[in-house]
Design a protein around this ligand. Sequence first.
Ligand SMILES: *[C@@H]1O[C@H](CO)[C@@H](O)[C@H](O)[C@H]1NC(C)=O
Ligand SMILES: *[C@@H]1O[C@H](CO)[C@@H](O)[C@H](O)[C@H]1NC(C)=O
Ligand SMILES: *[C@@H]1O[C@H](CO)[C@@H](O)[C@H](O)[C@H]1NC(C)=O
Ligand SMILES: *[C@@H]1O[C@H](CO)[C@@H](O)[C@H](O)[C@H]1NC(C)=O
Ligand SMILES: *[C@@H]1O[C@H](CO)[C@@H](O)[C@H](O)[C@H]1NC(C)=O
Ligand SMILES: *[C@@H]1O[C@H](CO)[C@@H](O)[C@H](O)[C@H]1NC(C)=O
Length: 386
Amino acid sequence: MLALTAAAATLALAGSSLATTTITAAPSPSQVQQAVKRAASQNPLTDYTYSYSAVPYQVLPGAVGRGPQSGYNICNSTTSGPDSQCQTLVANNASDFCLWGSPTTSPNGTIGDVEAAVVAYCTNDQHGARVIPAGAITGLQLMHTSAYIQWTGHINMTALGLTATDTGGELDPHGADLAGNPLGGLVYSNQMPGGNNQTEIQAIEWNNFVGSGVFCLKLCFDNTQNEPFYCENKFDLLGCSYNMPAAYQDGVFLECDGDLQDVVGTYTGTDGSKTVWSQPSSLPATSTLPWTPRVPASSNCKTYQSTDLFPNSLLGYQSTSTPSSTASSATMTSGASASRSGTSGAGATGTSANAAAQTSNTSSANEVVVSGAFGAFLAGLAAFLA
Ligand SMILES: *[C@@H]1O[C@H](CO)[C@@H](O)[C@H](O)[C@H]1NC(C)=O
Ligand SMILES: *[C@@H]1O[C@H](CO)[C@@H](O)[C@H](O)[C@H]1NC(C)=O
Ligand SMILES: *[C@@H]1O[C@H](CO)[C@@H](O)[C@H](O)[C@H]1NC(C)=O
Ligand SMILES: *[C@@H]1O[C@H](CO)[C@@H](O)[C@H](O)[C@H]1NC(C)=O
Ligand SMILES: *[C@@H]1O[C@H](CO)[C@@H](O)[C@H](O)[C@H]1NC(C)=O
Ligand SMILES: *[C@@H]1O[C@H](CO)[C@@H](O)[C@H](O)[C@H]1NC(C)=O
């Protein structure tokens, strides 16, 4: 009798909740397999792939290694705002993209301090993340290539919750323990092959550097790590200018088609011979790199005003120059930011140091200027060793 009553009560409850519950499909075998793996141990982050609509609350919820991850991957209007802990980054176009930044609510640390726990900061509030105030990004070049899509530019670091003087570090889906920085971080774009500018497709291989007022983010189309591999994550003592050589023009906002960069560390001498450079575990202060990165040519550049891209600006970007409207092959310059993020074998401590990015101005198209990179690199090195 008692048991029956209890059963009846349970049934009644089940009945009432049935009325408001949506019946969902059973998980697919691969989803089950991934869940079992997550529960048992932890695979490399790059093993966890999801369609955008099937992202789990956390990719790495286990207390394994550095885990569990600090934030979450399901990001929506509820999670949007200045204290969002969203760890799913979306990068679609010149006006709609995110970068990784500090999970703190005041700009009181460096990317090296927080690399495992970085969260998404986006140019709008559509991705359940924090919002980069318009005006904080003061220069941008979005480069479409046949093997990757890349955002490079200048930013007020405090807009990413970082101290203005932070010299930076690298974020990528690997790290010494292969759990990624941030742990459990996912990246999506509608510019991946098959996305047709509409469907968010996961980028498995990507990297993002930020430091000294410069940022760069690259999403690779191929996730096999086969050569030529453009998202190599082992050059973390070098910054944007080596890992993603591009124009880095401040005050200019461009979207271009681009040639492919050289694979980082591989360079061609004037006699045509190829040399491969491997990053040592540390670099003496007197070292010089044997090459200066070639800035890939760009074409079909579309020029924007900051206010076109980021109209909700309270600050507004006051452009003092008038960039040419069709800067085909606009290229240029340097901005070396060496960094140490602990992603390549040095543990996960993430001390970082790098040089102030140098920017130079080029008004004429087709001019290729690569200057100051070594000086900046060496300055970064000195800071790193200090
Ligand atoms: C919104 O995101 C939060 C945090 O990930 C999650 O708990 C919640 O279920 C999401 N809401 C919807 C409607 O998806
Ligand atoms: C970026 O994509 C959004 C959403 O599709 C669109 O509204 C916006 O115009 C695009 N921006 C640029 C610069 O193409
Ligand atoms: C930075 O601010 C956060 C709050 O957002 C606080 O928890 C943390 O301790 C601060 N870190 C330092 C180094 O002051
Ligand atoms: C960066 O942003 C902060 C906060 O809005 C502001 O105080 C600071 O002046 C800005 N720095 C530059 C160089 O614009
Ligand atoms: C997607 O956008 C790219 C770059 O803006 C453009 O070249 C391409 O034609 C677009 N593709 C579709 C299917 O709209
Ligand atoms: C950019 O060029 C203008 C005009 O040649 C010059 O006045 C300015 O100092 C330059 N800025 C930088 C950062 O070199």
